[in-house]
Ligand binder design. Structure first.
Ligand code: FAD
Length: 521
């Protein structure tokens, strides 16, 4: 846990010269205990936690609405659209279950209204939460004037003197260096659904590219995905990704890996794009192009040169587990720091930074950060992957349970996929969990808890899971790991770790059941 290393000077000691200068310039001047830059899932959550811990908080946001990329042009609107196209897909698939519909059709206005209404409700909800906590909101772009002062350029120019500051400025979209001004789509534009292009090129086979590609394929576009690397979704294990790729191949027109988008020219009907694969260049025609080639941290235009903080080569601000930067009293959280660019990571880091500022013992634990790809089927993982174990030279036991053997998956008509547990062969401790299949975006929380609490495969085996649910597959995978599978045949060469079953009874030190002849054995 992190404690305070150095007491910073109080912002309440106003520099008289600065005050005179501000008055002359007509600037407003404020003082606060905690200034937070950025109202995304990192910043607004940090503001709420800091205020609840008794701190005076000013939250600075340059957009009109709170919620950041996640609420306004990321997690929430993308999942709203994915839900609709998946509903249509489920309805079509239900034909084989004896349920038929008339022809399904989409209303783009209806879709936009649905997505906007959710975003509106949630951003207003965040405003309400902040207001009730007494968090002061300043609208405008903040930059450091020195290591205890921010200047906020909004309707007026305001100087904010702070004791502690949290940088939660998030990230921005990477653009394609086309050398010309072309109205290519980013994920933000694509989420507004300006149209459904007949032929859509998605540049980038990461999770945003695949999720948005599936939305447009569902709406009727012929989607081509071009990925520079030899595989899609590089963070996840290949055996899990392959299940998603098989499904994407059915929905997409083409997936081109190890391919590079070169020159883009405007044609009579959209764009003519040169795609290079193994040294060969081919021209393809598309009506629209969605660029989803990653994001970069928002650390420029922050005046960091007026502090001791120096971002790394890629623009990330390094922090310690408490979120502290090179300046003890300035913290950084979320997408602007290294690690996965995910909303729940940003929120957890925000809570930690606020708690450390309020002198509570707290630290960020990166052992189990879940990641979810909302494709169809969904893909999720947490903790150590098999690939990472290999890269780190760790010996691990890997156990898989296929959804083909899950009763609930059969009733859903969704048997493609599996649950996979990566554990320590000596202790049985669960180090990582991966899943692909229905509802895994929800189920991965169980794997995360197991990794976080240091549970063993036997702990999961002994945990009663409700039947019939897909969650049973987690228990069944743990049974494979413990060398005692029930609903699949034991592998000839055991996949898991054949250890003696352990009876878990937290009340008893010796294990086993009181009164049984084998108690304590
Ligand atoms: P942000 O959400 O980027 O918020 C930063 C805020 O700071 C912004 O509102 C910005 O206006 C403000 N700001 C920046 N600089 C300044 C300044 N100098 N002065 C004042 N204000 C400033 N993550 C998930 O976990 N799950 C998902 O399913 C998911 N889906 C996504 C889908 C898409 C299409 C995209 C683009 C992203 C998705 N993400 C998802 C990623 C997620 O949105 C980000 O990881 C998350 O928003 C990061 O939170 P943050 O608080 O660090 O920054």
């Amino acid at each position: 846990m992190c404690g305070r290393r150095r007491t910073s000077s109080s912002p309440h000691r106003i520099d008289v010269n600065l005050e005179v200068r501000d008055m002359a310039l007509g600037n407003l001047r404020e003082e606060t205990e905690v200034a937070i830059i950025g109202g995304g899932p990192g910043g607004y959550v940090a503001a709420i936690r800091a205020a609840d811990l008794g701190k005076e908080v000013v939250l600075i946001e340059e957009r009109e609405r709170m919620g950041g990329v996640c609420l306004i042009e990321g997690c929430i609107p993308s999942k709203a659209l994915i839900n609709v196209v998946e509903l249509a897909e489920t309805a079509r698939a239900a034909r084989k279950m004896g349920l038929t519909f008339g022809e399904l059709s989409f209303s783009l206005d209806g879709l936009r209204r649905w997505s906007d209404s959710i975003v509106d409700t949630l951003t207003k909800g965040v405003d309400g939460l902040l207001k009730r906590r007494g968090v002061e909101i300043l609208r405008g772009h903040a930059h450091f004037s020195d290591n205890h002062t921010l200047t906020v350029e909004g309707a007026a120019s305001t100087t904010v003197a702070f004791r502690d500051c949290i940088i939660a400025t998030g990230s921005d979209i990477n653009r394609l260096p086309t050398g010309q001004e072309l109205p290519l789509w980013t994920s933000a534009e694509a989420l507004r659904i300006p149209e459904v292009p007949p032929r859509l090129l998605v540049v980038g086979g990461g999770y945003i590219g695949l999720e948005m590609g599936l939305v447009y394929a569902g709406l009727g576009s012929q989607v081509t995905v071009v990925e520079f690397f030899p595989r899609l979704l590089p963070g996840a294990d290949l055996d899990l990704v392959e299940v998603v790729v098989r499904s994407c191949e059915k929905r997409f027109h083409q997936i081109m890996i190890e391919s590079k988008v070169g020159e883009i020219q405007r044609g009579d009907n959209g764009y003519i794009v040169s795609v290079e694969h193994q040294g060969q260049k081919h021209a393809h025609e598309f009506d629209q192009i969605l660029v989803a080639v990653g994001r970069r941290p928002n650390s420029d235009k922050l005046g960091l040169e007026h502090t001791a903080i120096r971002p790394d080569k890629r623009g990330f601000i390094e922090v310690n587990p408490c979120g502290r930067t090179a300046e003890d009293h300035i913290y950084a959280i979320g997408d602007v720091t290294p690690g996965p660019m995910l909303a729940h990571k940003a929120s957890r880091e925000g809570k930690v930074a606020a708690e450390v500022i309020a002198k509570h013992p707290s630290a960020f634990d990166s052992r189990a950060i879940p990641a979810v790809v909302f494709t169809d089927p969904e893909l999720a993982w947490t903790g150590l992957t098999e690939r990472e174990a290999g890269e780190q030279g760790l010996t691990v036991a890997v156990a898989r349970f296929p959804l083909l053997a899950s009763g609930r998956a059969r009733t859903l008509g969704r048997t493609e996929g599996m649950v996979k547990i990566i554990s320590d062969p000596e202790s049985g401790r669960i180090l990582g969990v991966g899943m692909v299949g229905p509802y895994v975006s929800e189920l991965i929380a169980e794997g995360t808890l197991a990794v976080q609490l240091g549970a063993t495969v036997e702990d999961v085996v002994a945990t009663i899971h409700p039947h019939p649910t897909v969650s049973e597959a987690i228990m069944e995978a743990a049974e494979v790991a413990a060398g005692m599978p029930v609903h699949i045949n034991p592998p000839k060469k055991p996949e898991g770790i054949a250890r003696k079953p352990v009876h878990i009874n937290p009340q008893r030190k010796d294990g086993g059941c009181e009164g049984c002849p084998n108690a304590g054995t």
